[in-house]
Design a protein around this ligand. Sequence first.
Ligand code: UGA
Length: 432
Amino acid sequence: MIKITIIGSGYVGLVAGACFANLGFKVCCLDNNEKKIQSLKKGVIDIYEPGLAELVKNNIENNHISFSTNKNELNSSEIIIIAVGTPQNSDGNADLSYLDSVIDDIINIATQDKYIIIKSTVPVGTANKISRVLKKRKPDINFEVISNPEFLREGSAVRDFMEPDRIILGCTSEIAKKIMLKIYTPFAQKDIPLIFTKNSTAELIKYASNCYLAMRIAFINEIADIAEMIDANIEEVSVGMGYDKRIGRHYLHAGPGFGGSCFPKDTTALSNIARSIGAPSKLINAVIQSNNERKSKIAQKILNIIHPPHGKTIAILGLTFKPDTDDIRESPSLNIIFKLIEVGAVIKAYDPSNPQEIKNIFKDQVTYADSTDEAIEGADALVIVTEWAEFKLLQLQQLKSQLKQPIIIDLRNIFNPAEAQNLGITYISIGR
Ligand code: UGA
């Protein structure tokens, strides 16, 4: 049984660990957070990710996965996956301090040759730099550094891991390629392409992919603004464009702007990288600016409809940056709530994942409802920010009877505008 040690048991590390364990590898997940590791040992996970808890539990039971804070465990296998966070630091660059400390640990502890697989999103050139550091500081051991970026989406991470469109493997030596082929055999057998590149190419593929997807969203959001002005329908525009095989239909859903921990962070990071090497990207900078402006514009759009907002109760459905996660980082809901509170509106919010983090931001300035009904009943207006499945089942007729005033602002285009109009609802959506 091939052993794999994963350093960093956060989002990417835990999903990769659970999935590799499920494929039959013997996985040890390390993390320096004692509380997290104690919970994981009991099969309790602190992130909201469909299917992950079951996977972790099953593989604890069959002894395929274990958890530890003991760094020495990194010596128990020749394959190490690094999946620590690379958050954005104050100047917009990726903060590599967690990664650097893992490399220090490897240098201090490793006693045999190692394959070091980097899954964390890191600036172009990081893998080569790590290779050089390892060679210099521990010349008696052979380290093969492989860049293997992840393309997991929150909310569908397990499926994305098990059924990826491609696997990117930045490594050039034959010995590293051989071991990667071994680890990823279950995927190759399903005809999933394994793409071998140089380290720097693999690192750039990750940033370029996220920036490109972010660019599509910013693009369709701007087209939505145009559609709104000329009485066109953005949903039909997206469908019409998407049938063109050169364009495709994904990431063309207009909304309140992209959020999350990845697109905002990675667009800023690549913009900084490009600027620092003297090749500034006008396009990526425009995407960042367009998305930031969009979030404030959407908040203003709401204020233009709910007028005057002071003292009005606004029901907000959806706080997370997208459905099936409890992550509120860079969520458009934050801009909207800030703005509404500023002008004296009363906020009653409901999100199926009950994200705790938002309570630290708004404290008691927001009332949190336990259900859609509780949030909506008696409100002066309803704003739908995130397209959770349960919101798609809501009936306009019923919403109208629950609201004090029939005003619905649907930022995810869930409802049919004609139906809302027939019911006498003031219905505002995006780009139509
Ligand atoms: C993103 C990428 O999709 C993953 O491939 C990548 O691995 C991940 O970042 C990462 O770098 O770790 P994620 O941030 O989980 O994944 O979320 P997405 O599902 O891509 O959505 C990002 C944002 O775009 C959300 O705010 C979503 O509402 C918005 N979006 C997405 C739109 O507004 N319209 C769309 O058509 C699609």
